[in-house]
Design a protein around this ligand. Structure first.
Ligand code: DOR
Ligand code: ZN
Length: 443
């Protein structure tokens, strides 16, 4: 019987649970209603995906959108516009805003701000502090909460959980997988004298070294085991972390970022100076190779952009004054599709890392694959399109990208969120319709 749909995406090669196959996708009331040959069916809106790949909507589970308090860098409207133009259908936003998101009121405020202004779906992390730790179990169950974020080393903002006792108390409150920035604060502080203008930005990699990261990861896994709390290691960046984490797969899942996979020290500092500053820092080739090995071997669960915009002016200061972080939500998909074309990962593995992986790690309800009954979130990619990433294309308010001038093959051509086309061929479509990501109750 011919069906009537709100949207049919016709003729693409879909990455579905059945494999990579040519199929139409029909959406009704925001969900995928049918996958297959829909030649006899019609829809209010038809999207021709001939020659394109249809991927499960890309979920970037690590972005900093800076609202409230840092709107000169980004806000929820500009950050989510960058997301959908880059093929991203949902984001998890970080709590190191000003003020930090550390309470039910803070989460509710972000939800209010998001309404009618965000173009992709969204959830917000709540930051752990020594003052809110007793409430974290309750806070992580608030609507639109992605879970708890713990900073073990200080970075942008003031969130910090420094000692093991506080870390254990944080992990002991709540059940959902906690997202952790694992850099050891005491080692950072002890070695702060290395941070000099003479060392320049390249000194950043030496200061926040591999030992800083793996020390924190080891402390974290011990505490995770002691409390029975699963953790997600944000932006793992070193061979040492990967070696250690390969022994702890039952309790710790792993995120890597495109910038740690694709940029190397010290070259990047010579090329873009302070703009390359990020925590944890860009590493040398041996670490980069280990990250790719971890992607290949299945040790990595998710790829998140760690989109952390700062303005060009803020970055223009002298090291060590300039802030750490670089934008990435708009470039994640093209950069990784290019790596698919280069043979470094399959398209199925790309979908695993950017959709099924985040869904599995965070217990997302109804997103993460192209399946009947799931949200109709789709990223349409032209695997043959060759483009050069350029600052002109970037709509993030910071207005720059560390990948300016990078030639890629593979490009996001259209973005569909719950059956609505929200971006197509570089244009934003319609009013912002983003809403809260939902999570499984059992998490
Ligand atoms: O480099 C970073 N920038 N690392 C972080 O952990 C925070 C981020 C930011 O918010 O700027
Ligand atoms: Zn981050």
């Amino acid at each position: 019987m011919p069906g009537i749909f709100d949207l049919i995406v016709r003729g693409g090669i879909c990455v579905t649970p059945a494999g990579c196959e040519r199929a139409d996708v029909g959406a009704r009331d925001g969900r995928i209603a049918e996958i297959g040959d829909l030649a006899g069916s019609c829809a209010e809106v038809e999207l021709d995906a001939g020659g394109l790949h249809v991927l499960p909507g890309v979920i970037d589970s690590h972005v900093h959108f800076r609202e409230p308090g840092g709107e000169q860098k980004e806000d929820l409207a500009t950050g989510s516009a960058a997301a959908v133009l880059g093929g991203v259908t949902a984001v998890f936003e970080m709590p190191n805003t000003a003020p930090s998101t550390v309470s039910a009121a803070g989460l509710a405020d972000k939800c209010r701000r998001a309404k009618g202004r965000v173009r992709c779906d969204i959830a917000f992390f709540v930051g752990a502090t020594d003052e809110n730790l007793a409430q974290l179990g309750e806070l992580e169950r608030q609507p639109a909460c992605a879970g708890v974020k713990i900073f073990m080393g200080s970075s942008t903002g003031s969130l910090l959980i420094e000692d093991d006792a506080t870390l254990a108390a944080v992990l002991g409150n709540g059940r959902r997988r906690a997202m952790v920035h694992a850099e050891d604060e005491s080692r950072l502080r002890a070695r702060k004298s290395m941070l000099t203008e003479a060392a320049g930005p390249a000194g950043h990699t030496a200061w926040r070294d591999a030992e800083t990261a793996v020390t924190a990861v080891r402390r974290l896994v011990v505490m995770a085991r002691a409390t029975g709390r699963p953790v997600h290691i944000a932006h793992a960046s070193t061979v040492d972390e990967m070696d250690y984490l390969s022994q702890h797969r039952d309790i710790a899942t792993v995120e890597v970022t495109p910038h740690h996979l694709l940029l190397t020290a010290p070259e990047i500092y010579e090329r873009i100076g302070n703009r390359a500053l990020v925590n944890p820092p860009i590493r040398e080739q041996a670490d980069v190779d280990a990250l790719w090995q971890a992607v290949r071997q299945g040790l990595v669960d998710t790829i998140g952009s760690d989109h952390a915009p700062h303005t060009a002016d803020e970055k223009a200061g002298r090291y060590p004054g300039a802030p750490s972080g670089m934008p990435g939500v708009q470039t994640l998909v093209p950069l990784l599709l290019d790596q698919v074309n280069a043979g470094r990962l399959s398209l199925e593995r790309f979908a695993d890392l950017t959709a099924a992986g985040p869904a599995r790690v965070f217990g997302i309800a109804g997103k993460g694959r192209i399946a009947v009954g799931y949200d109709a979130d789709l990223t349409l990619a032209d695997m043959k399109a060759e483009r050069t990433i350029s600052t002109r294309w970037i709509v993030s308010r910071c207005g720059w990208t560390p990948f300016d001038g990078t030639r890629v093959r593979g490009w996001p051509m259209a973005t569909v969120v719950r059956g609505h086309i929200v971006a197509r061929e570089g244009q934003l479509i319609g009013d912002p319709i983003g809403t809260a990501v939902r999570f499984l109750d059992t998490f």
